[in-house]
Design a protein around this ligand. Structure first.
Ligand code: C2E
Ligand code: MG
Ligand code: MG
Ligand code: MG
Length: 285
């Protein structure tokens, strides 16, 4: 059904169109020109430290300003980009853009903000991945310790040896890694314990089941305690209300990300958001 996310628009193609090859090709052609024509834009969603209530970082989330269809969310076009291979150049553009914003954020007086970027399966398995990322961060001249890459279990477990090598190489450059959508895959943290992962993101489906399912509570509690015992921090995604927030606080979840605090927003709005929070914090003092 139509997923209404204010950062994204309505689902613009229905199931029928979804499976039409002609439509796929058109969407692919549209995407190609979107990348060239600067129709792609990053939105930024703050991540809040539960102990200090400070904004620790932002997740960069891709949006497509389609000339006819308006703002289109990634669930619509990432699958097409992934199948066509376009996700590879798009993904590098995202990292470049994130690095540029990272530099800007320090210049604007918000140093230390972490920028998290999603890496797709296909991009992670691009043979030139590590060298391309190396070139991007070298050219951008950013503090790599503020750059975080989010990967899913399936991207990492497809070829564990490859994953280990890539993560270590990039980790040596200062980049850190987050395991995204945790709980939705089939692997377990024990499979991942040899990888340099410093953060785990609990999938929003568990957070949204809080209050409706005892299982969700058990899973979240167990995940946090296991992650902590492995020195891995935990972010809960999709926090929308006070009840979820309180539960996560009690479980010593490290950070939260969700509409309750902030939705994904364009860069200008993020700068305003950070400025307002800074001013509010000054008034409190
Ligand atoms: P994700 O990485 O798990 O990102 C979190 C998603 O949860 C985002 O959806 C965000 O808008 C949404 N979200 C955050 N808080 C809440 C909340 O409180 N309630 C609800 N209902 N949703 C919330 P979005 O922006 O539509 O992105 C969907 C997925 O698309 C992302 O999931 C990620 O897997 C992928 N994606 C986004 N940007 C990129 C990108 O630049 N590259 C790649 N490869 N994938 C991307
Ligand atoms: Mg993510
Ligand atoms: Mg996620
Ligand atoms: Mg997700």
């Amino acid at each position: 059904e139509a997923k209404r996310d204010p950062g994204t628009s309505y689902r613009f193609y229905d199931r029928q169109l979804h499976i039409s090859a002609g439509y796929q090709l058109r969407l692919e052609a549209d995407l190609r020109s979107a990348l060239r024509g600067k129709e792609l834009e990053l939105y930024y969603q703050p991540r809040i430290d539960l102990a200090t209530e400070e904004v620790r970082g932002v997740e960069c989330l891709l949006r497509w300003n389609h000339p006819e269809r308006g703002l289109v969310g990634p669930d619509e076009f990432i699958p097409v980009a992934e199948r066509s291979g376009l996700i590879v150049p798009i993904g590098y553009w995202v990292i470049e853009q994130a690095c540029q914003r990272l530099r800007e954020s320090a210049e604007l007086g918000f140093p230390g903000l972490v920028f998290a970027v999603n890496l797709s399966f296909r991009q992670f398995h691009d043979r030139k991945m590590t060298e391309t990322i190396f070139r991007i961060i070298f050219n951008a001249n950013v503090d790599t310790s503020l750059l975080e890459l989010e990967l899913t279990e399936s991207a990492m477990m497809h070829d564990p040896e490859y994953a280990q090598r890539c993560l270590r190489e990039l980790n040596q450059l200062g980049i850190s890694f987050a395991l995204d959508d945790f709980g939705t895959g089939f692997s377990s943290l024990t499979n991942l314990q040899h990888l340099p992962i410093s953060l785990l993101k609990i999938d929003k489906s568990f957070v949204q089941d809080l209050g409706h399912s005892a299982d969700a509570e058990h899973i979240i509690r167990a995940t946090i305690s296991l992650a902590h015992s492995l020195q891995i921090s935990v972010v809960a995604e999709g926090v929308e209300n006070e009840g979820q927030l309180e539960f996560l606080r009690q479980q010593h979840c490290d950070e939260i990300q969700g509409y309750y605090y902030a939705r994904p927003m364009p860069w200008k709005d993020l700068v305003q958001f950070l400025t307002n929070r800074d001013q509010a914090a000054c008034l409190e003092r």
